[in-house]
Design a binder for this molecule. Structure first.
Ligand code: ADP
Length: 448
């Protein structure tokens, strides 16, 4: 509709301006002629005027010019050939009453449908009228009107149906998104998606973004659900144990035994609390809300503390423990010291846990331009390739490690902490040959 309206406005403006210009042109020609006629009269009075007029009318041809001299009584004193003009009415009194040249328009009686424009002015005691047909102008404007009509018809034929089609198409897609959003809101069924048209336009992008958003939401809720299930299952065991301990304590009157049971309950509660904290940290890290207490951490000191904690265990279990500290003495990472050493400890703890006497565990670091890697390798149990993606899931443990103590939370916590530092944790492993875990942490400006 707007396009059609614009077309009408533009055409009308062109039509009006052209019509005006043509009429101004004729007017100017007529007025120029009137000046010439007056000049001729001034030179030689009425006779000279008559000569001039007949010469002028003949020059242009009788069809193209009509010149008449009228006396003050309204009688035509002299007229050019009127055969092609017919009985053109004399100018009205109102036109003659004025002093200056007057322009008027009339239909040519001899040529139906044709118009003419005339200038009337006084020359001495006579009135001179000169008329010219404006056929060409009228024809041009008529053609323009026809072209406009055709243009308007084509515009209406093309613009309105295609506008209607485009509007319907966009509103259909918006309605599609609205329908799916409403149905999700009503039924909480996140498996619904908006069908894509594949047109690669804004609305298709919007529908695609909407689908991606719903997909993420669905995945997030599924993970939340799984986590709730797993957590509930995993919390059951320590709570049942605590309850059993309390029951044992109630069944005895021996104060020492009661004291011992209470200490056991406290230990179990502490373990339970640390599990709870770990689960909460993992969830927060996944949703990006885990707040890190970052500081400049000298990597060597951090590794020394971790190694001190585990070298006793390695010795006890007859495992060779090779440590290579960073060559750069002052290598500093901008990190949360507690969380980073927890992540490295968990990986090292596993390496020792899943190795046997005679195996070797090695720890070393590697420094790149923007990041530092801490790697832990063992020659222990190893992990089958298809299980590797799953070992980072919460509470996931391989069947082969059921006999070893653990809660299946160490690696998911390590990954959560590392990813909160915008780092990565990778693993290479071969069953029976051992595993290598590498933690990469970007240095983020906390440079040495
Ligand atoms: P867990 O408390 O069971 O050690 P983790 O989350 O730390 O829990 O590890 C998940 C599982 O990955 C372990 O149960 C074990 O099966 C496997 N795993 C982890 N590290 C190693 C390793 N170095 N060698 C062999 N298996 C490993």
């Amino acid at each position: 509709m707007l396009f059609t309206l614009a077309f009408v406005i533009v055409f009308s403006a062109i039509y009006y301006m052209l019509g005006n210009a043509l009429s101004r042109n004729t007017r100017r020609d007529l007025l120029d002629d009137s000046v010439e006629i007056m000049r001729a009269y001034r030179k030689g009075n009425i006779e000279a005027l008559k000569d001039y007029i007949s010469g002028e009318a003949e020059g242009d041809g009788p069809a193209n010019k009509l010149i008449r001299i009228i006396d003050l009584d309204g009688h035509v004193v002299l007229s050019s050939d009127t055969a092609l003009w017919g009985n053109v009415p004399l100018p009205g009194k109102q036109d003659l009453g004025r002093k200056g040249p007057v322009i008027r328009a009339f239909r040519i009686p001899k040529r139906p449908g044709h118009e003419a424009r005339a200038v009337t002015f006084f020359v001495g005691n006579y009135i001179v009228e000169e008329a010219v047909p404006i056929e060409w102008d009228v024809r041009l404007l008529g053609r323009l009107r026809k072209a406009f009509g055709l243009g308007l018809f084509l515009t209406v034929l093309v613009a309105i149906p295609s506008g209607w089609f485009m509007a319907r198409r966009s509103s259909a897609q918006i309605k599609g998104i609205d329908r799916v959003a409403r149905s999700i809101a009503k039924s909480a069924d996140l498996s619904r998606r908006v069908p894509l048209k594949g047109s690669d336009d804004e609305l298709d992008h919007l529908a695609n973004t909407f689908n991606l958003m719903v997909e993420r939401l669905e995945r997030f809720l599924r993970e939340l659900h799984d986590m709730m299930d797993n957590t509930a299952h995993d919390f059951k065991t320590p709570l049942t144990r605590i309850r059993a301990m309390a029951e044992t304590g109630l069944g005895t009157r021996n104060p020492e035994e009661i004291q011992g049971t209470l200490v056991q309950i406290m230990d179990e509660c502490d373990r339970f609390l640390s599990l709870l904290n770990a689960v909460m940290d993992i969830s927060q890290a996944r949703t990006g809300t885990l707040s890190l207490k970052k500081d400049n951490v000298p990597l060597k000191n951090l590794l020394q503390d971790v190694v001190d904690l585990y070298s006793g265990v390695a010795q006890e279990r007859g495992i060779r423990f090779n440590v290579t500290y960073p060559r750069e003495e002052n290598l500093v990472l901008f990190a949360d010291k507690k969380r980073l050493s927890q992540a490295i400890s968990n990986v090292l703890d596993n390496a020792l846990k899943y190795s046997s006497s005679g195996d070797t565990v090695a720890l070393w670091t590697r420094s790149g331009t923007g990041s530092t890697e801490v790697c832990v390798a063992d020659s222990g149990l190893g992990i089958p390739e298809e299980e590797i993606p799953r070992i980072f899931e919460r509470f996931y443990r391989l069947d082969t490690s059921r006999s070893t103590s653990g809660r299946g939370i160490g690696l998911s916590l390590a990954r959560a902490y590392v990813e909160a530092h915008r780092g990565t944790i990778t693993v290479k492993s071969e069953p029976g040959k051992g595993s290598t875990f590498c933690i990469m942490i970007p240095r983020e400006g906390g440079l040495d």
